[in-house]
Design a protein around this ligand. Structure first.
Ligand SMILES: Cc1ncc(C[n+]2csc(CCOP(=O)(O)OP(=O)(O)O)c2C)c(N)n1
Length: 328
């Protein structure tokens, strides 16, 4: 798939934005400015960016506990995301979501989710709604290899296949579920083979190659929109850091980490842009400069945002009505 150079640079920029957003968030947390846990997405950027670049404006997306990358790839505001991480009033969810449960429904981003596998049935329901209303778009669920052991994964794939729903099930296989190697929690090596049980295509993508992910996602989305049903995409990738910020990852062999670090999705894509697409190093440096400026402004916005008042904790918690129906 040939993408124009501006789009390729856009993919590079989006991956770098995710990487630097999280590296800076980790520093801000160390400095005591961000409360709570962070589960870094660093190393997996090509998956979110490759998939989201294949989606139209009506797509619905569900995410995981590692959700910053998916949300930024969908085009969310880094400033409002930092404000949410800082637990400030101008954050996406007015400090009630935090890192683990950030939502932007205007972008069709139906939420990061602390429940492993929790987003999979939500995306399936969104796919049902897209099909019922005839909107030519897909619902996408991102999840990890560990989530494919959950009942919700199997129930969702079964119904999505039976009803030919326009859903992309995107498994980011980073080889570990929390601190447990994949071969200690699953009999299968390739999660994609699980698609066979539900008579849907199971496709493996190189999760460190943004263009490969993009073309696999584009094909799956085209099939889904044509009424041919869901696809299970397994993107093989690796997280560079621990399960959460602060986990030193002692359970991973250093050779394995080094091998994957050498295949860093951003460095390899940058090198390809230079060698295969004639992009100058100064153009990549300019993108990096823009990303830093965006994040400087985002952090300043978050810091300037007020803390919510204690009584605001009870706002936006319960619905007063639902589609015209009064609730009690
Ligand atoms: C239903 C449920 N069970 C267990 C947990 C604890 N937990 C949090 S993350 C995680 C591992 C998830 O692994 P995976 O789905 O592969 O995602 P990854 O962390 O690799 O991105 C577990 C078991 C949880 N949050 N929810």
């Amino acid at each position: 798939m040939d993408l124009p150079i501006e789009r390729l640079l856009g993919l590079y920029r989006d991956m770098l934005l995710i990487r630097r957003f999280e590296e800076r968030a980790a520093d801000l947390r160390m400095a005591g400015l961000i409360p709570g846990f962070l589960h870094p997405y660093i190393g997996q950027e090509a998956v979110a960016v490759g998939v989201c670049a294949a989606l139209g404006p009506d797509a619905a997306i569900t995410s995981t506990h590692r959700g910053h990358g998916h949300m930024l790839a969908r085009g969310a505001s880094p400033a409002r995301m930092y404000a949410e991480l800082y637990a400030r009033r101008d954050g996406y969810n007015r400090a009630k979501g935090g890192s683990l449960h950030m939502i932007d429904t205007e972008l069709g981003f139906l939420g990061a989710n602390g429940i492993v596998g929790g987003g999979i049935p939500l995306a399936t329901g969104a796919g049902l709604q897209l099909k019922r209303t005839g909107v030519p778009a897909v619902a996408v669920s991102f999840f990890g290899d560990g989530a494919t052991n959950e009942g919700a994964f199997h129930e969702s794939l079964n119904l999505a296949s039976l009803w030919k729903l326009p859903v992309l099930f995107v498994c980011e296989n980073n080889l570990y579920g929390e601190f447990t190697r994949q071969d200690r929690h699953q009999t299968v090596k390739d999660v994609a083979v699980r698609a066979a049980s539900y008579e849907m295509p199971g496709v493996i993508a190189d999760g460190n190659d943004v263009l490969d992910v993009h073309s696999v996602a584009r094909e799956a989305a085209d099939r889904a929109i044509a009424g041919e049903g869901p696809t299970l995409i397994e993107a093989k990738t690796y997280r560079h850091r621990g399960h959460y910020e602060g986990d030193m990852g002692a359970y991973r062999p250093p050779e394995e980490v080094a091998e994957w670090m050498a295949r860093d999705p951003i460095l390899t894509f940058g090198a390809r842009l230079v060698s295969e697409h004639g992009v100058g190093q100064e153009a990549l440096d300019a993108v990096a400069g823009e990303v830093e400026q965006t994040l400087d402004e985002a952090a300043a916005y978050a810091e300037a945002s007020p803390h919510p008042a204690p009584e605001e904790a009870l706002e936006d918690v319960y619905a007063d009505s639902y589609e015209g129906m009064a609730l009690r």
